[in-house]
Ligand binder design. Structure first.
Ligand code: ADP
Length: 231
């Protein structure tokens, strides 16, 4: 039985983290967020923490080998046994190539979900974003407000503005996305991964998640039917 690998794809602020959490509620897969893992490294102040923090502050991408290694470990960990959702990975061709190798060496079925959102909407969203430094929960100023202003609903920690959510850094992140990440759509097409393109800017998150789950279920059914025919 092959494991599902959902590649959540889209520009920064397109709602990948929010969708990963909602999808998990129905699909029960591991949530692999390279951004959150990198922030954990910074918080743990381990050897590479300071170097990673300096890069993230500018909106540029951290080196491929570092994220590749983190992701490989997670994919092979117990929590990914039923499949996994990749949020913020792959972001470069080198990362996509490594992932493709990992997928081919394991019984893993990749699918791509591309969240399309207008850049003006993104800049507005990110400007209003607050995050819990403890459990990584995200809140907006216009949507998903915490019950008590400035305090995380889950764990009671004080919410913060991520350093890389300042407007000039967001523009750099969008530039990195345009230059290094968006071209991966072509890579996925060439590799033959099934892909869903979905508007991530107009519907409420729950409705988007429902559409994604429906599509994933239909891809799974098609794959199962194909396997049955081949057997
Ligand atoms: P967003 O998707 O909104 O930009 P993330 O939390 O996913 O937010 O990423 C924040 C930052 O972490 C990026 O700007 C980049 O510096 C770094 N990062 C995250 N994932 C990767 C990756 N796969 N490769 C390189 N850098 C990454």
């Amino acid at each position: 039985m092959s494991r599902l690998c959902v590649i959540l794809f889209g520009p920064p602020g397109s709602g990948k983290g929010t969708q990963a959490k909602l999808l998990n509620a129905s699909l029960g897969l591991a949530h692999i967020s390279t951004g959150d893992m990198l922030r954990e490294k910074i918080a743990a102040a381990d050897g590479l923490g300071a170097e990673v923090a300096a890069i993230m502050k500018t909106g540029k991408l951290v080196p491929d080998n570092l994220v590749n290694q983190m992701v490989e470990e997670k994919i092979d960990s117990k929590e990914s046994i039923r499949g996994f959702i990749l949020d913020g990975y792959p972001r470069t061709v080198a990362q996509a190539e490594l992932l493709d190798g990992l997928i081919k060496a394991r019984p893993v079925c990749p699918v791509v979900v591309y969240l399309k959102v207008d850049y003006n909407v993104i800049i507005g969203r990110i400007a209003g974003r607050r995050q819990c430094p403890n459990c990584n929960a995200l809140y907006g100023l216009t949507s998903k407000n915490p019950v008590v202003a400035g305090i995380c609903d889950n764990c009671g920690s004080k919410l913060v503005i991520r350093e890389d959510d300042r407007e000039e850094v967001v523009r750099e992140r969008l530039k990195a996305y345009d230059g290094e990440t968006r071209p991966l759509l072509e890579y996925f097409k060439q590799a033959g991964y099934p892909e869903l393109d979905i508007d991530g800017g107009s519907e409420p998150p729950q409705a988007i998640a429902e559409d994604i789950v429906k599509w994933i279920r239909s891809v799974e059914q098609t794959m199962a039917a194909r396997r049955a025919l081949e057997a």
